[in-house]
Design a protein around this ligand. Structure first.
Ligand SMILES: CC(C)(COP(=O)(O)OP(=O)(O)OC[C@H]1O[C@@H](n2cnc3c(N)ncnc32)[C@H](O)[C@@H]1OP(=O)(O)O)[C@@H](O)C(=O)NCCC(=O)NCCS
Length: 173
């Protein structure tokens, strides 16, 4: 379990988050966080749910998905899914990160990304890579990655759709 707090000049009382490995009981809360995200829809939530089930239903492998849940005041408010990229030398991916829309802007995203990096580093990770979209609704995610020290190292034009580029973020762990 990791504890994180975040304070700003306007917010003297640090907000306390608890970031811990998810357990199977977090399945519905993860689904709900995605459905309330105002960014992702049912298809995304179903895709994450299938990844979540696969993690618990398959024998653990070196490249199994890892999950982190972020708690505040007894409520799960966000999660991250990350893990090693198959067939690479210790490159890890952050596959998903999402915080409930009503809980944003208080450091939960930062706490989740810091915990994913720290866990990957402890497991011997060398690099972390994140794929994201260039569209305005992903601007908070791009800022989060840049603030966490990730560099945008590649852009693949029109990857997701016409006018919706793939941005690849990269950080040495
Ligand atoms: C991207 C996302 C995970 C960020 O989560 P978050 O919890 O809002 O992230 P943080 O609170 O750590 O940072 C957000 C902002 O709040 C600010 N902040 C953090 N703690 C703060 C505090 N205690 N007081 C005031 N501001 C604070 C940060 O500086 C940051 O500001 P900026 O966006 O202007 O740079 C969230 O916006 C989200 O779930 N988006 C939808 C899903 C998504 O896009 N996922 C990524 C797909 S690739």
């Amino acid at each position: 379990m990791m504890r994180a707090s975040h304070a700003t000049a306007g917010a003297p009382t640090p907000v306390q988050f608890e970031v811990r490995p998810s357990n199977f009981d977090d399945r519905q809360a993860i689904y709900d966080v995605l459905m309330r995200s105002e960014v992702f829809g049912r298809a995304d939530a179903e895709c994450v749910d299938a990844m979540f089930l696969e993690t618990w239903q398959s024998p653990p492998r070196e490249d199994s998905y890892r999950w982190l849940s972020c708690w505040h005041d007894g409520r799960m408010i966000g999660f991250a899914c990350y893990g090693p990229e198959s067939l690479t030398d210790r490159t890890w991916d952050l596959f998903w990160i999402c915080v409930s829309s009503e809980a944003r802007g208080r450091g939960a995203g930062q706490a989740l990304i810091a915990a994913a990096e720290s866990q990957a580093r402890q497991a011997g990770g060398r690099l972390m890579v994140i794929y994201t979209s260039s569209t305005p609704k992903y601007a908070p995610a791009r800022r989060l990655y840049e603030r966490a020290g990730f560099a945008r190292v590649a852009v693949v034009p029109d990857y997701y759709a016409e006018g919706d580029d793939l941005n690849i973020y990269w950080k040495r762990l």
